[in-house]
Design a protein. Sequence first.
Length: 83
Amino acid sequence: MPAYDLAHEIARRRTFAIISHPDAGKTTLTEKLLLFGGAIQLAGTVKARKSARHATSDWMEGEKQRGISVTSSVMQFEYQGHT
């Protein structure tokens, strides 16, 4: 990769880490970032345990059944020319 391409790719990246106390809304915030960023069309239900929709970042069966986030998740999406 030429130096210009590498510099361009570095300049367009944005990184966010969401870290907080348990049950403080990390998953809700993550879902909203993905929704408003256009990466998903419908945000999952975070609190409803029996809902058919689950949070995008909750991929383990236990997380879906209990409505909690246990693992960390890495997600990437394009937004206004940035990754």
